[in-house]
Design a protein around this ligand. Structure first.
Ligand SMILES: Nc1ncnc2c1ncn2[C@@H]1O[C@H](COP(=O)(O)OP(=O)(O)OP(=O)(O)O)[C@@H](O)[C@H]1O
Length: 309
C-alpha cells in the first residue's frame, strides 16, 4: 500500500503521521509527503472508485467557487487488492464551536454562487459590447451533476433535468422508493407515494428555484473548523434547490441559531419552507432506510403521511 501510494503521488517521502480518522463508510489516515500532509481515505468495496470519483468531483466544484473551505482533492487510486483510495489535503480539523456564523454566510455564498453568475451573465448580455462566458465556472441552468455522487455508499441519479420538481421527484424520491420496493416491497410506502407525487408541485408554487451547487450530505459530522474558519467535507454534490441542503441538517440537528440566522440573512426562507423541509428530509429518511434497514421506515412513512394530509 505505502509503496503504491509513493509511486502514485510521486513522492520519495511517505511517513504515517499517527493520525487516523475513519467514518462510517471508509478508513482514513494521514501521511507526510514531499508535497505536504495528505489524508488518505480507503475503501475496499468494488464500488469505492465510483464513490470517490464523485467525492473528488464534488470537492473540485466547491473549491472552484472560492466560497467555502474544503480539503483540496489530489487523486483517486485503484488498489491492486480491490477497492480504492482517495487522497486529499489533510486539514487539522476540530468540532465546529467558533465559526457557526461564518459557516452560515459561506454556505449561503456557495448556494448563491451559480445564481450570481447567471445574473451577471444576464446583465452583461444586456450591455452592448459585452459577451457571455466571463465566469470561469460553467453556468448551470439545469439540475443534476456531471458524475454520480454517493450519499452514503449508494449512488445518486444525477442525470440533468430542466425542472427541479421533476429532478427531485424522479431522481431522488422515486429512485429511493424503487430501492425500497426491490428490497421489501412495502405496500404502505407505495400507496403513500402515489398520493404524494401528485401533491409535490403544489409545495413549490410560491418559491423560485435556481440551480445551486450543493454539498449534498451536510449533516453535523461533515462540518468542522480549522484555526482559520469553518470547513465542510465528504460532499455528494449536485445542482439543486438550496433548501435541499437544510433537510439533513434539520433531521440530525447540531447547527446553532447563529448558523441559521447568518444563512437566512443571505437566503431568506420562502413561503412553504417548512413543508418543503419535510419533503427534503424524506429523501434522507428513505436513503437511511435503504442503507440501514427498517429503523427509518416509520419516520419515512410518517413524513409521507404528514405531507399528503
Ligand atoms: N481532509 C481531512 N483531513 C483530516 N481529517 C479528515 C479529512 N477528511 C476527513 N477527516 C476525518 O475523518 C473522519 C471521517 O471522514 P469522512 O466523513 O470523509 O468519512 P466517510 O467514511 O466517508 O464518511 P461518513 O462517516 O460521513 O459516512 C472525519 O470525521 C474527520 O475526522
Amino acid at each position: 500500500m505505502e509503496a503504491m501510494l509513493k509511486k502514485e503521488l510521486g513522492t520519495s517521502m511517505l511517513k504515517y503521521t499517527g493520525y487516523s480518522g475513519g467514518g462510517c463508510i471508509s478508513e482514513g489516515q494521514s501521511y507526510d509527503t514531499d508535497n505536504g500532509r495528505v489524508f488518505v481515505k480507503i475503501n475496499h468495496k468494488s464500488q469505492a472508485k465510483r464513490m470517490f470519483d464523485g467525492e473528488m468531483a464534488s470537492l473540485d466544484a466547491i473549491l472552484q467557487t472560492e466560497t467555502i473551505k474544503v480539503p483540496k482533492p489530489v487523486k483517486v487510486i485503484e488498489l491492486d487488492t480491490g477497492g480504492s483510495a482517495f487522497v486529499m489535503e489533510h486539514l487539522d480539523m476540530k468540532g465546529l464551536t467558533k465559526y457557526s456564523t461564518q459557516l452560515g454566510e459561506k454556505l449561503a455564498n456557495l448556494h448563491l454562487h451559480n445564481k450570481r453568475s447567471l445574473d451577471k451573465q444576464m446583465r452583461e448580455q444586456q450591455t452592448v459590447g459585452k459577451g457571455a462566458g466571463l465566469s470561469e465556472m460553467p453556468l448551470v441552468e439545469k439540475y443534476g451533476f456531471h458524475v454520480a455522487t454517493c450519499c452514503g455508499y449508494l449512488p445518486q441519479e444525477n442525470e440533468w433535468q430542466d425542472d427541479w420538481v421533476t429532478f427531485y421527484s424522479r431522481h431522488r424520491l422515486q429512485h429511493q422508493l424503487n430501492m425500497v420496493e426491490k428490497s421489501c416491497g412495502d405496500r404502505e410506502a407505495r400507496e403513500l407515494w402515489s398520493h404524494l407525487q401528485l401533491k409535490i408541485p403544489q409545495l413549490f408554487t410560491e418559491v423560485e428555484v435556481v440551480p445551486a451547487l450543493l454539498h449534498g450530505d451536510l449533516w453535523g459530522g461533515n462540518v468542522a473548523q480549522t484555526t482559520e474558519g469553518p470547513v465542510i467535507f465528504d460532499p455528494a454534490s449536485f445542482y439543486g434547490h438550496s433548501e435541499y441542503e437544510l433537510g439533513i441538517m434539520a433531521m440530525f440537528g447540531g447547527f446553532s441559531s447563529s448558523f441559521y440566522s447568518a444563512y437566512h440573512e443571505n437566503i431568506p426562507k420562502a413561503p412553504g419552507f417548512t413543508q418543503r423541509n419535510q419533503l427534503y428530509q424524506l429523501f434522507h429518511n428513505l436513503n437511511h432506510w435503504n442503507h440501514f434497514g427498517g429503523g427509518y421506515k416509520s419516520s419515512s412513512l410518517r413524513i409521507m403521511k404528514d405531507l399528503v394530509k
